[in-house]
Design a protein around this ligand. Structure first.
Ligand code: NDP
Length: 255
């Protein structure tokens, strides 16, 4: 192997990265990080308008980006969306996700199913469709956005469907990593703690006591703090890592 400088191993120039739910929150921050590392972006969202607005901002900053309409929970939508993409897909970031705060006894069956459909089946549908492309093209990297909720039970809010979905995402990550390693596809996950986005209202007093004051770093994370981890996992900088779940939670799960 030709010797490369350590920072060169993070370089994503010439690579194309698809980020689901990439127009806001964590997905958007990861998009900016991957673009800065040189990747061309495909911003996938349920709303094409919102994806296009984000794409306009990436282009304004000099990056290469296109918008893609996809509902990750809908198998046909994923098939159609991936079929539209010409050329290689080198990096897939399965970021799209939803969460409801509901106690187990109150959850309607369709709500439980909705969470599983987006958070688990969405990861599965996109991974399978893109994985086939990666096998044909000779390799790639997949990054699943799991959660510390895949390992712990959050409080004070109850969210059993979400917790189960993220635990499944972590083990699907390991399963696909083992199965696709011979195809030069690496599959890893990031398990964030509380990150300040629309999904996690970190400043609400009823949550702050548990989410922030109980945590070692006593703060929420910022979406941009996950960008460097995504670049690491997307690039050759992590060439000997697969099936790994990297927790980034400010120490929350230490207690
Ligand atoms: P946001 O609610 O800000 O963003 C979620 C994104 O997912 C939105 O772009 C949303 O688009 C998209 N999405 C939801 N359902 C679908 C679907 N069916 N098809 C396509 N896109 C969809 O949340 P975050 O940025 O915080 O969350 C991103 C990921 O990080 C999620 O997987 C979440 O579980 C995970 N995470 C977040 C944590 C946090 O504290 N914020 C902690 C741990 C993990 P739309 O507008 O169409 O709904």
């Amino acid at each position: 192997m030709a010797k490369r400088g350590v920072l060169d191993t993070f370089n994503l120039a010439g690579k194309t990265a698809l980020v689901t739910g990439g127009y806001r929150g964590i997905g958007n921050a990861i998009g900016w990080a991957l673009a800065e590392a040189g990747a061309a972006l495909i911003i996938a969202a349920r709303s094409l308008d919102k994806a296009e607005q984000a794409v306009a901002e990436f282009k304004e900053a000099g990056h290469s980006a296109v918008a893609l309409k996809v509902d990750v929970a809908d198998y046909q939508s994923v098939q159609q969306a991936i079929a539209q993409i010409e050329g290689n897909i080198d990096v897939l970031v399965n970021n799209a996700g939803i969460c409801y705060h509901e106690a187990a006894v109150d959850i309607a069956p369709e709500r439980f199913t909705e969470v599983i459909n987006v958070n688990l089946n969405g990861v599965w549908f996109c991974s399978q469709a893109v994985g086939k492309r990666m096998i044909a093209q000779g390799g790639g990297t997949i990054i699943n956005i799991g959660s510390m909720s895949g390992d712990i039970v959050n409080r004070p809010q109850m969210q059993p469907a979400y917790n189960a979905s993220k635990a499944a995402v972590h083990h699907l990550t390991r399963s696909l990593a083992a199965e696709w390693a011979p195809h030069h596809i690496r599959v890893n996950a990031i398990a964030p703690g509380y990150i300040n986005t629309d999904m996690s209202p970190v400043d609400e007093p009823r949550f702050k006591r548990y989410w922030i004051e109980d945590a070692p770093q006593q703060r929420a994370g910022h979406p941009t703090e996950l960008g460097p981890l995504a670049v690491l996992l997307a690039s050759d900088a992590s060439s000997f890592m697969t099936g790994e779940i990297i927790t980034a939670d400010g120490g929350y799960t230490l207690y």
